[in-house]
Design a protein around this ligand. Structure first.
Ligand SMILES: Cc1cc2nc3c(=O)[nH]c(=O)nc-3n(C[C@H](O)[C@H](O)[C@H](O)COP(=O)(O)OP(=O)(O)OC[C@H]3O[C@@H](n4cnc5c(N)ncnc54)[C@H](O)[C@@H]3O)c2cc1C
Ligand code: FES
Length: 278
């Protein structure tokens, strides 16, 4: 069993937990993920390693409670345990040789972007972070990004905090002002990553995106997480989750991502009713 050592509510729908998992903590690197189950009958939930403490043997996860399984997980408390916590899975972010990088995060994608920004910062890279949220109430990790960013731009859709608008506007403004990035790393909703790629394309800056399709086994066996990248089939769990954004077929990924919406809505309703009865 894997104990929840710490739990913190970051905003009304985002929770941070430190999980005691010494073997995962020993090997985890930025960009990798784990698959957990909240209880014995639970679905597998892939979540990115948002941080780790090798001495303490803990791994940090930050997740949005979007449906039945993440609601179950979010209802657990410090001292509770979960039955499965497998990883680290996937490939670590490649940071070697990078001198200046724009890290672009959207919503809970900022939780995935943070350890990458931290790693780049530790390695002496100049990090410009642009993080976007729908509104001020959903803002997370501002202090953490301040520590690891040479420049931090915060945007909200409604202008309730930071600049009003979406992440692509400050990214374009920075590139227009002459900032020359070795790489852009974008993590967030598919549509956001697609538009970051389109913004970067005229400037010809290599752009990496982190893909999070439906995953089942996380080991390349089931085919659930397949994507088309550069006209070839790739599995996000073993070939990714990071890919060259210029090559990803975003439209296909969006279509596949919406396949289970009806079923997910039913499960979410069941979970909500369960919590209401308790
Ligand atoms: C590699 C990877 C890393 C991820 N990292 C994070 C993270 O750090 N923080 C975070 O909040 N979310 C992360 N996610 C998404 C997270 O796994 C889903 O939000 C979660 O599984 C939703 O489950 P649910 O039952 O609560 O919601 P559901 O109602 O079942 O689904 C809601 C939405 O979540 C996604 N989803 C559902 N099941 C899966 C699954 N088995 N695999 C992938 N996506 C699924 C789908 O887009 C779906 O429409 C990651 C996904 C992947 C693949
Ligand atoms: S999750 Fe099964 S192949 Fe990737």
């Amino acid at each position: 069993m894997y104990r929840i050592v710490r739990k913190k509510i970051l905003n009304p729908s985002v929770v941070m937990m430190d999980i005691e998992a010494p073997y995962v903590a020993k090997k985890a690197q930025a960009g990798q993920f784990i698959i957990l189950r909240a209880d014995e009958d639970g679905e597998r939930i892939p979540l990115t390693v948002a941080g780790y403490n090798r001495e303490e043997g803990t791994v940090k996860i930050i997740f949005q409670t979007v449906g039945a399984s993440t609601m179950k997980l979010g209802a657990l408390n410090e001292g509770d345990s979960i039955p499965d916590f497998a990883g680290p899975l996937g490939r670590a972010t490649e940071t070697e040789g990078l001198k200046k990088v724009a890290v672009v995060g959207g919503g809970v994608g900022c939780a995935i972007a943070l350890p990458i920004a931290e790693k780049l910062h530790e390695e002496g890279c100049e990090v410009h972070s642009i993080i976007g949220f729908r509104n001020r109430d959903l803002l997370i990790l501002e202090d953490e990004f301040k520590v690891c960013s040479n420049k931090l731009v915060i945007v909200t859709d409604d202008g309730s905090y930071g600049e009003k608008g979406v992440v692509t506007a400050p990214l374009k403004a920075l590139m227009d002002s002459g900032e020359k990035y070795d790489r852009i790393i974008a993590i967030g909703p598919l549509v956001m990553m697609k538009f970051v790629v389109e913004t970067a394309r005229p400037y010809n800056i290599p752009t990496v995106v982190s893909m999070n399709p439906i995953m089942i086994d996380g080991t390349g066996m089931c085919g659930g997480c397949r994507l088309t990248v550069g006209g070839k089939t790739k599995f996000a769990c073993v070939d990714g989750p990071e890919f060259d954004g210029y090559l990803v077929d975003f439209d296909e990924a969006m279509q596949r991502g919406s396949m289970y919406h009806e079923h997910e809505a039913k499960e979410r309703e069941k979970a909500c009713n369960l919590f209401r009865q308790n």
